[in-house]
Design a protein around this ligand. Structure first.
Ligand code: DGT
Ligand code: MG
Ligand code: MG
Ligand code: MG
Ligand code: MG
Length: 273
């Protein structure tokens, strides 16, 4: 095809590529979710429906981009780890990042009504356009990747411990938000656990793991039932149900800070030497 005289403008395009042999991590975060969660009356401090919607959007991204080996979500954020050997979009950073965040956002909207329902099962109207910022960071060593995921999971733990104690003091003990804040000021983790236990009757360890640990989404072989029509030798059709194994992204709440997770999933993060 003949080139137009305008074509030279392409020379201005600059594609930053991720260093080879590094783990590309795309992290997205809801913009202004403080307001967005209030507008839609998310349950405090954790809204299981909203977290499951985030997880569903992440699973959809993994199905579209099987190079994603793990996703980790907490609050309004999600991190995607791409296989070190991935050559997705020739490792063009902005293309990888923008495609994932865009698919995530549209899935979040598309699946909203499936997850966001009130106690009577009525759909909650989506009243604003959810959107997410994103960044991509490359981690060269497995230790860096472990530390990155530990950092996010520790962030989840610290915030959730505080938020759970805070909202128990407000909603269960009737303190004002200001009183709850001063009650928790300067406290350590053990103090917060004790306040929840002795003053609110709540054992923090019994809170749902998805709230305490965040969501770790990994590929696993799952058996699924498939029902289909089969034509029999005599020409009649019959409904047949069979099971097949398929790799699917599965949501867990495993601890990534200790060594057990990395031993169990060593194959996923294997580094050839
Ligand atoms: P940003 O990210 O700088 O645009 O601003 P925000 O407002 O998104 O702030 P961020 O990302 O630091 O904090 C997340 C906000 O979302 C925080 O205000 C709490 C809220 N949020 C996230 N998940 C839940 C939830 O499950 N329940 C409730 N009630 N709020 C949530
Ligand atoms: Mg932020
Ligand atoms: Mg945010
Ligand atoms: Mg956030
Ligand atoms: Mg195009």
């Amino acid at each position: 095809m003949a080139k137009s005289r305008f074509e030279y403008v392409k020379l201005f395009e600059h594609h930053e590529t991720a260093l080879p042999n590094t783990w590309m991590v795309v992290r997205l975060d809801g913009r202004g979710f403080h307001r967005f969660s209030a507008l839609h009356e998310f349950e405090k401090p954790n809204d299981a429906r909203a977290l499951e919607l985030m997880n569903e959007a992440a699973r959809e991204c993994m199905l579209a981009f099987p190079d994603i080996v793990l996703a980790y979500g907490e609050s309004d954020e999600m991190s995607f780890v791409l296989d070190r050997r991935s050559n997705l979009f020739k490792r063009r950073k902005s293309k990888v990042m923008s495609t994932i965040v865009s698919l995530f956002s549209s899935t979040y909207v598309m699946r909203w009504s499936r997850f966001m329902r009130d106690k009577e099962g009525r759909p909650i109207e989506l009243q604003a356009c959810p959107h997410f910022d994103a960044r991509v960071v490359c981690y060269p060593t497995l230790q860096n990747l472990k530390d990155y995921l530990s950092w996010r999971q520790a962030d989840c733990h610290i915030n959730n411990l505080y938020n759970t104690a805070f909202w128990l003091l407000v909603l269960k003990k009737g303190l004002t938000e200001q009183e709850a804040e001063s009650r928790l000021r300067g406290t350590f983790s053990a103090d917060k656990n004790e306040i929840m236990f002795s003053e609110c009757g709540v054992n923090y360890n019994n809170e749902p793991a998805m709230f305490r640990k965040g969501s770790v989404i990994l590929w696993a072989d799952m058996e699924e039932e498939v029902t289909g029509q089969r034509t029999m030798p005599d020409g009649t059709t019959k409904t047949v149900t069979s099971t097949r194994r398929r790799r699917q992204p599965v949501v867990t709440a495993q601890d990534m800070i200790g060594p057990a997770f990395w031993e169990e999933h060593a194959d996923v993060f294997a580094v050839e030497t």
